[in-house]
Design a protein around this ligand. Structure first.
Ligand code: ZN
Ligand code: ZN
Ligand code: ZN
Length: 356
């Protein structure tokens, strides 16, 4: 906050509040806000009926429950004092922010991620261990998929998605965040919503899934892996396309070193795909940071000059999508580390032919 001249941090919904305090605000209309002045003690303003959920941390913050009928925004404004530069949770509800802005006319309002993002992005050893435990659990599900233990042909995408979700829970995830299954032409839609389509033979099936796994009651860290399967002998076109994708992903992982810029990681993979003539079909950044949220800083994207430091954890997930026809994506989580890049996923990368 000092570095950026921010006087006050107001945290409500989103991951910053649980990351700092262990308490997650209920996503309801009654305001919960941790008021963090740059110099003074922090105060958690919480609806009185939700105060019993808070585990008291007197050394971190004092608790100020507000009663039904009390004006929570006026209370927050009183605790805020005369801040001129205020950072608010990226996911604070607009209705609350509008109220706060009229009660606290500051010179500037900023997203809290300006303060918290760079700190949260750097994982300590316990966090890296938690990410690798989540990755290993997701790997076991991916391995079942590649071995043909999860039937594909003739099943609906949503049935396969459900089975992947069930297996993620069986492998220790407390929550499933997503389980994308995109088959045939749907594989060309990177964030496809699995639905009724039945998976056919000799189709590409993009499976991208992840959840949250807690070790020893921690907040829970995320897994996120993508593998592409083909349900029968692949065409020459697919074999060539996939070879490009696999090399792009490997080169991008290889380029991860402490001190490299985030944009250079994207470029290392993208240049392979561009050179092979598929550049127009790789329509997203190559990766995102991961931690207690499935997407967080740092983003591996053109223009991000942030330099990797030891502890930055992120995905590397190039994809090639031919609209209306087919697609493929390959994703692992890695951690930049002074002792050498740590890989949280260790499942085979080749095109997997599964006739099941
Ligand atoms: Zn995605
Ligand atoms: Zn993913
Ligand atoms: Zn991802």
């Amino acid at each position: 906050m000092d570095d950026q001249g921010i006087d006050l941090l107001l945290l409500s919904l989103g991951a910053d509040l649980p990351w700092l305090t262990g308490y997650e605000a209920m996503p309801l209309e009654r305001p919960t806000v941790l008021v963090v002045p740059r110099e003074a003690q922090a105060t958690l303003v919480v609806p009185a009926l939700e105060a019993p959920r808070v585990v008291d941390e007197p050394s971190l913050f004092s608790l100020r429950p507000w009663r039904e009928g009390e004006d929570a925004v006026a209370l927050i404004a009183t605790l805020a004092g005369s801040a001129s530069s205020i950072a608010v949770s990226d996911r604070m509800w607009a209705s609350l922010l509008i109220g706060i802005q009229s009660a606290l006319p500051a010179d500037r309002y900023l997203p809290a991620s300006r303060v918290t993002g760079p700190i949260r992005a750097i994982k300590d050893d316990l966090e890296i261990a938690a990410l690798c435990a989540a990755g290993a659990a997701a790997d076991r599900v991916a391995t079942a998929l590649l071995r043909g233990e999860i039937a594909l042909i003739g099943r609906q995408e949503r049935e396969v998605s459900q089975e992947i979700s069930d297996r993620l829970r069986q492998e220790g995830h407390s929550r499933v965040n997503f389980a994308i299954v995109g088959s045939g032409p749907n594989a060309a839609s990177p964030h496809h919503e699995p639905a009724e389509r039945r998976i056919g033979r000799s189709e590409t099936v993009v499976c991208d899934f992840g959840g949250t796994l807690s070790l020893d009651g921690d907040l829970g860290y995320c897994s996120d892996i993508t593998r592409t399967i083909v349900t029968g002998p692949p065409s020459n076109e697919l074999v060539e396309m996939y070879a490009v994708l696999e090399r792009a992903q490997a080169d991008a992982v290889e380029s991860v070193t402490v001190g490299a810029s985030c944009s250079s990681i994207d470029a290392a993979g993208r240049s392979v795909i561009d050179a092979a003539g598929y550049g127009a079909y790789f329509i997203h950044r190559i990766g995102h940071g991961i931690g207690i949220e499935e997407h967080e800083d740092p983003y591996m994207v053109e223009g991000n000059t942030t330099k990797l430091v030891s502890g930055h954890a992120f995905s590397i997930e190039p994809g090639i999508y031919l609209p209306g026809r087919m697609g493929a994506r390959l994703e692992d989580i890695v951690v930049a580390h002074q002792g050498g890049t740590i890989r949280c996923n260790n499942v085979a990368h080749g095109l997997s032919v599964v006739e099941a």
